[in-house]
Ligand binder design. Structure first.
Ligand code: BGC
Length: 434
């Protein structure tokens, strides 16, 4: 067992030198993509300024992510303050209520969520739409889905303008005269705007959740800034292990979103599952008859992994509980529990290290001599809830850049993916028509 752990450590723990190399490659890829050459980063630019904190008003936001859909009614109060007045959230990958069977189902479901939160509004409400998948955007009212990510499969949406599909659903559901869809943006952009609303040093936004991606402020020659969504989940410059390759091969889109598959919540538990299964096949983990349920892909979710990593009990009882409830394994030995926890720690640690390297690359792109203070705004369940993740990310980032702590702040922006879209809607609604 000791040897196999050593082998895994060699594959999963990256030295600071290796991370510096990765960050350089990442920065290089941003330069390549922005110069218009072929690149694995399908960058999207937004014609949006940064907020000044004085944007105000009441807005509805529909936020569609990898596992849940959320509609909120948000009041922006100015001076960087906001209040969520009402909110409804549904997981749309619950087998009991599958809204993702057809495009019409998916968009009718979204229209109904909006209807729920604007129920008591007796005026036309401006709507902002957070749509968090790889898209092509010609303007803030157009958003063509290039491909699904995060293992979503709903047919009939790829290649379509989701703004159009949502507007059609609003019409079908009698909401067209109650709602005015004014802006559609990515969740990373919304997170950046949320933090920038009260902190002018913010120049990177990131989501570390079911999916992963970052955006940043591109400095233009005239000194102004433009927000660019890097879609960095599709980055291809990182060496993968055989388990990463296996997950990619069996995924919804082999060859796509390779970096996201190494770091994001959709895949962390799956990586642990395939590694443990591999160890089992070699006789190095669990001396039991294989249970059918652990053959099921994605049967170890990142929330299960979080419980395992949280488990500091003497007998690793929570870890035993995850194995029992998920996979029907009732007789693991202490060494088996310890090993799955060690594997989980390695997989999660690599994710934090790789994301730190990408942040370092983005920071050097924005500020080559690292002269300024920066805030990185982050939203997402993995960053917020995975034990040790946030600390690890910060530690690695400081080591890669060799900067004093304090020059770069990492800021958790809870609900950032919704609030920032209300801010974007306010900026659009308050811009006088030309
Ligand atoms: C999508 C990005 C999104 C990220 C975080 C990725 O799968 O491609 O657009 O920002 O997930 O939700």
């Amino acid at each position: 067992m000791k040897n196999c752990l050593q082998e895994l450590q060699n594959e999963f723990i990256l030295s600071i030198q290796e991370l510096v190399e990765i960050s350089r490659g990442f920065k290089q890829e941003i330069d390549t993509a922005l110069s218009g050459k072929p690149s694995s980063l399908p960058i999207v630019s937004y014609a949006l300024n940064l907020p000044n904190g004085e944007e105000t008003g009441l807005f509805c936001v529909l936020d569609i992510g990898g596992t849940r859909a959320r509609a909120s009614l948000i009041e922006l109060q100015g001076q960087g303050r906001y209040k969520i007045l009402s909110q409804v959230t549904y997981g749309f990958r619950d087998p009991q209520r599958d809204y993702t069977l057809s495009a019409a189902d998916l968009f009718d479901f979204q229209a109904n969520l909006i209807a729920e939160v604007i129920e008591n509004c007796n005026y036309v409400v401006n709507l902002g739409y957070t749509f968090s998948f790889p898209c092509k955007q010609n303007n803030l009212n157009h958003c063509q889905l290039l491909k699904w990510a995060k293992e979503i499969k709903t047919p009939g949406v790829e290649g379509q303008d989701v703004v159009k599909l949502l507007n059609l659903a609003l019409q079908r559901n009698g909401l067209a005269d109650k709602i005015n869809l004014v802006v559609t943006i990515n969740d990373t952009v919304a997170t950046l705007l949320t933090s920038a609303y009260s902190d002018p040093n913010t120049d990177i936004g990131s989501i570390i959740a079911t999916g992963h991606n970052s955006c940043c402020v591109q400095k233009l020659p005239d000194g102004k800034g433009k927000i660019i969504n890097l879609e960095c989940g599709n980055y291809t410059g990182i060496k993968s292990t055989r388990w990463d390759k296996q997950i990619d091969l069996n995924s919804q889109g082999p060859g796509e979103q390779l970096y996201e598959k190494m770091v994001s919540g959709q895949y962390l538990g799956e990586l642990v599952r395939v590694i443990c299964l591999d160890l089992y096949k070699k006789g190095l983990w669990l001396k039991i008859t294989k249970t059918a349920s652990w053959e099921t892909p994605y049967s170890l979710e990142s929330r299960h992994l979080a419980s395992i990593l949280h488990d500091n009990s003497y007998e690793l009882e929570k870890t035993a509980g995850v194995l029992r409830e998920n996979w029907g394994i009732t007789t693991p030995g202490y060494d088996d529990l310890r090993l799955i926890k060690d594997v989980g720690e390695l997989v999660v640690n690599r994710s934090a290290q790789l994301i730190a390297a990408s942040f370092a690359g983005i920071l050097v792109y924005i500020d080559p001599a690292l002269q300024h203070e920066h805030t990185i705004a982050i939203d997402g369940s993995v960053y917020e809830n995975m034990p040790g993740f946030a600390e690890n990310l910060q530690k690695n980032l400081y080591q890669i850049l060799n900067v004093p702590s304090g020059q770069i702040s990492l800021r958790l922006c809870k609900d950032g993916s919704s609030i920032g879209t209300a801010i974007a809607a306010a900026m659009i609604a308050q811009t006088p028509a030309r």
